[in-house]
Design a binder for this molecule. Sequence first.
Ligand code: ADP
Length: 404
Amino acid sequence: MKVLVINCGSSSLKYRLIETDNKSVICKGLCERIGIGGGHFKYEITGSDKGYEKDIEFPDHNVAVDALIKAITDPDTGVVADVSEIGAVGHRIVHGGDKFTEATLITPDVMDIIEECSDLAPLHNPANIQGIRSCLKVMPDTAMVGVFDTAFHQTLPEKAYLYGIPYECYEKYGIRKYGFHGMSHEYVSKETAAIMGKDIKDVKSIICHLGNGASITAVDGGKSVDTSMGYTPLDGIIMGTRCGSLDPEIVHALVEKTGKSLDDVMHILNFESGVYGLSGYMSSDMRDIRDAYREGNEAAIRAYDTYIYVIVKYIGSYMAVLGGADAITFTAGIGENSSSLRKHVCDRLKGLGVEIDDEANENGKGARLISREDSKVKVYTIPTDEEMSIALSTVEVLKKQGKA
Ligand code: ADP
């Protein structure tokens, strides 16, 4: 089945048309600067040079969806003759609260619930809803499926998702750990079991999704049992610009000591902290930090060492949570590409039975084992593919509905 995957942000829309039968990408692209002027459209076709880029003004998401549909159905540059060839549209939805435990066919009732969840993700959910509405305008008869960043973590036990605050804060306001990057953690944990040649039910894995945004998840038998991001994606490990977990009293102290407003302090914690802030605003890009680290730059060493330390701490605690892990898997921009980071993390985990294979870590390509034969815990690097995960979940939903 051909599934159109839509990942809608407030000013951008990423799309990908996937043939799920053979897990191949037919085309992909991006609509940038929606609603803010200076719009730009990108369209890439696998195995063809007929793709193109051009400036298109996108006053709203409807115009962006129109542009992409026009591109993929164009008689000259298109990849389908008609939108009816698209079996379903899979929408990435950031927050499903505790209402959605799996991908779901979007009905008017489901739309209402996604809207209700908007106060948990005010920057993301409204854009996701807009994306669904825009697609329904041009494809009113095509099935729309919502795939939620939070759904994979709905298996967290109560003891893992509750914070140590009055229980009524959870009951009244839904304040609890939700976790994010669910599509990636689900996909990569399945791939980890597959590469091990084991049934996922028999595998305990720790998935390290290390990109600009980063989270680590403990997966037991295919189920997320703990994860580092929390009520919001600000929690957990240090990220490119996000602070990760900290003593909540720090927020109070920063407001008091800097004279800034609460909103300004939250801006610092979201956009000026993490590796970027720790390095004295050098860079949030791990390549820059790594290069400066190698040159002995003090600020980079400070940021890099702190980053590694926090990752090691989470992995160690999740080994305890799982009662020992069979596998640790690195994924996303940093996890997939930075062999030095993988080595630095694994070397600190030797005492827990992790022995990295330097040759495999440095020189291989793509999904592979990077630990030594005698390593008690197997270590892998596996490319994540959130869009493929969305497409496959979309087909699953249709199958359950008897529509595929
Ligand atoms: P996100 O999707 O959260 O924006 P990505 O998964 O694309 O992030 O990861 C971006 C991060 O990956 C950046 O910090 C970037 O420096 C890092 N990265 C990409 N390639 C490499 C590489 N070859 N070595 C080290 N880090 C890399």
